[in-house]
Each structure stands twice: as structure tokens, then as C-alpha cells.
Design a protein around this ligand. Structure first.
Ligand code: CTP
Ligand code: MG
Length: 238
């Protein structure tokens, strides 16, 4: 597999409506310490320098995210694409907009705006090393129960569980095949699930707590505190 970043594409999915954050706008537009979550996500992708192509999937009809994308100095090819009503549909739109000679595709949530470059590097390295599908994951600190309504039916051994993040990385042919094969997207929350349903192995790579997804107001407060602290540290270091 090529070492050339021009053969790597990143799809940033940003077409959700951000209902749980409750700001009445797509999360990617929400500001975190003065910068939109989309810009922070793009900063992470740019700092990683893994990809030659970025496609940002935005809500159809959006103009504000498109303006940010048009103005962003990514140093690589970047374009906005209209998304769909579910995350898999949005990923599919991004996939269709990548050049045909891309052989590694990363799918990344705009909402994981503080994902550090080393996560991108590990995921790409694992795909280059021969894995068809790679997910970054971290150990879970809570005990997770399986429930049926209000009744607990099982307690999986925590040591066997991982909370998975993005970017998830794929050999491009595998991701195309997975999206083409699976029609019922009802409960699909990540792309690795689609690959798993083909029976193709999915490999785990090291994630990072900073790759958490900004979902609720509490998550946004945490992200804000992290950005402000990093900024203060950078000033002190000067
Ligand atoms: N996403 C997308 N297209 C959709 C739904 C989600 O591109 N139709 C993206 C979101 O923009 C986000 C990522 O998928 O970056 C993860 O989804 P989630 O955290 O659920 O974001 P939202 O769907 O925007 O939030 P909510 O579910 O609270 O409305
Ligand atoms: Mg959602």
C-alpha cells in the first residue's frame, strides 16, 4: 500500500443536527473557546498531515459550514459535500466525492474535535500494515450492563470492552464494499459495524481520551476547558 498521503482521503462527517447539544445548530458550527468545532477538527487533520484529500459532509442547504471550508487553509484538496439523514448516508456521500485513486479512507466525526495527531498516525499505520479496517479505542472506566427495559440481563467483563472513537481507517475497497452491501442503516453508529457485518476482521489501534465526542453541553464545557488550558500553556512556553 502506498506511503503517499495523496492516496489517503479523510471524510469528516458534520451533517448531523446536534440535537443533544441543544444549540439549535449543527454541532460543527458551535464555537469552543472562539473557534468552531469544525475548525478544531480540521486543525487536527491538518496537524496529522496524513491525508491529501479532505471531504467535509455538511447538512444539505448549509452555507455557513461551506464558507468555513472554503476559507480553511488545509494545504490539501478540500471540498464540502451534502450529507444525508443518517450518518451512514453522510459517509456514503463523502466516499463518492473522493478521488478514485485513494486507497486508504479515514472516516472522522467533526464532533471529535480535539483528536490528537497520534491517533490519525496509528490508524493509518495499521491500515498500511495490512488491516482492512481499524478503529481507535480506549478502555472503559464504567461497568457496562446489558439491559432489557429496566432489567439487567448481563455484565460483560470490562477488560473485554473498548470505547471506540474516530478516525476509523479502511482499505478503500473494503469501505466501499461494506457501504454497498448494507442497506438497513437503522442502528448503525459507526463504519466498523458495516465491515463487521461482512465478516471482515476489524483491528483495534490506540485511541486517546482527547478524541471524545462532543455530544452534550457537559462535553462542550470539557472541550472548552481543554482548549483554553492548551492555549495558556502555549503562551507560557513562548
Ligand atoms: N452526522 C452526519 N450526518 C448525519 C448524522 C450525523 O454527518 N445525518 C455526523 C455528525 O455531524 C457528527 C457525527 O456524525 O459529527 C457523530 O454523530 P452525533 O454525535 O450523533 O452528531 P449529531 O447527529 O449532530 O448529534 P445528535 O445525535 O445529538 O443530533
Ligand atoms: Mg446523531
Amino acid at each position: 500500500m502506498s506511503e503517499d498521503p495523496r492516496r489517503v482521503g479523510v471524510i469528516i462527517v458534520a451533517a448531523g443536527s446536534g440535537v443533544r447539544l441543544g444549540r439549535g445548530m449543527p454541532k460543527a458550527l458551535v464555537r469552543c473557546a472562539g473557534r468552531t468545532l469544525l475548525e478544531l477538527s480540521l486543525d487536527g487533520v491538518r496537524a496529522s498531515a496524513v491525508a491529501g484529500h479532505i471531504r467535509v459532509v455538511v447538512p444539505p442547504g448549509d452555507t455557513e459550514l461551506r464558507a468555513i471550508i472554503d476559507a480553511y487553509p488545509s494545504g490539501v484538496t478540500i471540498a464540502a459535500v451534502d450529507g444525508g439523514s443518517s450518518r451512514p448516508e453522510s459517509v456514503r456521500a463523502g466516499l463518492a466525492a473522493l478521488p478514485a485513486d485513494v486507497d486508504i479512507v479515514l472516516v472522522h466525526d467533526a464532533a471529535r474535535a480535539l483528536t490528537p495527531p497520534h491517533v490519525f498516525h496509528s490508524v493509518v499505520a495499521a491500515v498500511r500494515g495490512g488491516a482492512a479496517a481499524v478503529v481507535p479505542g480506549i478502555a472503559v472506566s464504567d461497568t457496562i450492563k446489558v439491559v432489557d427495559g429496566n432489567t439487567v440481563t448481563a455484565t460483560p467483563d470490562r477488560a473485554t470492552l473498548r470505547a471506540v472513537q474516530t478516525p476509523q481507517g479502511f482499505d478503500a475497497a473494503t469501505l466501499h464494499a461494506a457501504h454497498a452491501a448494507v442497506r438497513d442503516h437503522g442502528s448503525v453508529t459507526d463504519d466498523a459495524m458495516l465491515v463487521e457485518s461482512l465478516g471482515t476482521p476489524v483491528t483495534l489501534a490506540p485511541g486517546d481520551p482527547l478524541a471524545f465526542k462532543v455530544t452534550t453541553p457537559l462535553d462542550l464545557m470539557l472541550a472548552e476547558a481543554i482548549v483554553l488550558q492548551a492555549r495558556a500553556q502555549a503562551q507560557e512556553d513562548q
